[in-house]
Design a binder for this molecule. Structure first.
Ligand SMILES: [Zn+2]
Length: 223
């Protein structure tokens, strides 16, 4: 990060260089998108703790292939993902592998927040949302990906415990400041991450906060 540049300015219009490490601070409630090449590591750092990272990705070679929670659930035979899991596309290609996970709680069941969620369930107009962060006017627009094309998200760090009766909860995340999740990229991908703006339920501890995203070449490794 460059000192003197506000976090919001950094999160808009930035992209990784062709090679070498790159990082961006995504302000709470905002999102970003970037390309991660096969072999590169993507680190997502929960800077202040208790923050969910909504994560979507498309194959760079073909936008009809995307990272799929449904196919990943079918591959891992589990209702969540953890270190060691490979995350699959809708074409059943592994796109990422989780190689490090400090928090150990991730949700692959619930939808991302959108403006309808805030309007219908909370009677709030104009609230920021993960879908608008990803959508046409925001992170994925430069790649020609429209809001309706955005797949269901991987909600890293989200605390949605699954109960014995197969219902699930929505609790304050357990992530502590500096906790991170690291993905190894297995397929060149357009990636988008949203620091979820939800502040009206426990999802982000009622206080959306920043995420630090790093893209590292494998020779650099993870700290
Ligand atoms: Zn959200």
């Amino acid at each position: 990060m460059n000192e003197g540049v506000s976090a919001k300015d950094e999160a808009v219009g930035s992209s990784p260089p062709d090679s070498g490490p790159w990082e961006i601070l995504v302000p709470g409630g905002h999102g970003t998108a970037f390309v991660a090449k096969s072999g590169q590591l993507v680190e997502i750092v929960d800077v202040e703790g208790q923050q969910v990272a909504d994560f979507v990705a498309f194959a760079e070679r073909n936008r009809t292939e995307w990272l799929s929670t449904t196919h990943t659930r079918s591959a891992v035979l589990r209702l969540t993902v953890q270190a060691g899991d490979r995350l699959e596309s809708n074409w059943r290609n592994p796109m990422f592998e989780i190689i490090h996970d400090d928090v150990g709680r991730n949700d692959i069941i619930t939808s991302m927040c959108d403006d309808r969620r805030y309007r219908l369930d909370y009677a709030v107009e104009g609230h920021r949302s993960c879908r608008t962060n990803f959508g046409e006017a925001e992170a994925l627009e430069p790649w020609g990906i429209a809001e309706w094309q955005i797949p269901d998200p991987f909600n890293f760090f989200q605390n949605a415990p699954i109960h014995p009766d197969r219902t699930f909860g929505n609790e304050i995340p357990t992530g502590r400041p500096g906790d991170k999740l690291v993905l190894r990229t297995l397929l060149d991908a357009i990636v988008a991450v949203s620091a979820c703006p939800q502040d009206l339920n426990p999802c982000n501890g009622f206080h959306p906060s920043p995420l630090l995203i790093r893209v590292l070449d494998p020779s650099v490794g993870t700290s």
